[in-house]
Write a new protein. Structure first.
Length: 244
């Protein structure tokens, strides 16, 4: 009589590594800005998944090897909430575009290790934002099996995303394909309020113009009625109004 061996428990892939999301408010703001704008950029494509500060497990059965990029984009994967991104459960698609935001706790050696790991598992584009003065971008593109540095990031356009990177003295920016700058949550709120105020002002202006036109029309109608009554009265008196 044979007995079946008990089924081994499925590997658990934690959704948290216990690390804090950011070291400071500037890094946090940029993480949220990148994730939010990338999500906005691909809002109409159901097969593009965007996440921020989200664990990626690249190896089936291995819950120790994991990464938590500040933001990433996975093409060919459906939108939806996930506890973590387990590559073998995502059609073996490793996120193609990775973003990291430099923080005081980062070290060049650590960032190089990350680059080599992303290179190993299939990332096509890798970008590091250095937000503190003097702010700048660094980028790498895949050539065969290697992530090769982008020679000039100022004005560079991401092949996958279509976004444009910009570096000016002491500042960095990133732009949507339509030319709109990636805005922070606060900037988006201010812009929405300003647009609402402009819309209200335009509505009031249009209402004022309609009111003025209505008043002019009423005045013209009144003058016409008055002239008609005057002409009628002249005719009653036997006077031809056309000769007056």
């Amino acid at each position: 009589m044979s007995t079946l061996a008990p089924a081994l428990p499925a590997v658990f892939y934690p959704s948290s590594d216990g690390e804090r999301m950011a070291d400071n408010t500037l890094q946090f703001e940029w993480i949220v800005t990148l994730q939010g704008n990338l999500d906005l950029l691909f809002r109409d494509d159901p097969e593009v998944f965007v996440a921020g500060d989200h664990l990626i497990y690249p190896i089936e059965g291995d819950n120790k090897t994991r990464f938590a990029p500040d933001a990433y984009v996975a093409f060919g994967r459906p939108k939806g909430h996930r506890g973590s991104y387990v590559v073998f459960a995502e059609a073996n698609i490793f996120p193609q575009v990775i973003f990291e935001v430099w923080s005081p706790s980062n070290e060049p050696e650590k960032m190089e290790v990350k680059r080599l790991q992303y290179q190993r598992y299939g990332a096509e584009e890798y970008y590091i934002l250095y937000p503190d003065f003097p702010a700048f971008w660094r980028g790498w593109l895949r050539e065969n099996e290697t992530l090769v540095p982008v020679a000039q990031m100022n004005g560079f356009i991401s092949p996958r995303l279509g976004v444009r990177f910009e570096i000016t003295p002491g500042q960095v920016a990133i732009y949507h394909p339509n030319g709109d700058r990636f805005l922070s949550y606060l900037e988006q709120g201010v812009q929405a309020e300003e647009e609402a105020e402009r819309a209200d002002a335009e509505h009031l202006r249009a209402d004022s113009e309609r009111t003025l036109k209505d008043a002019e029309r009423v005045r013209a109608d009144a003058e016409h009625d008055r002239a008609a009554r005057f002409a009628t009265r002249l005719r009653e008196l036997g006077i031809d109004p056309d000769t007056v």
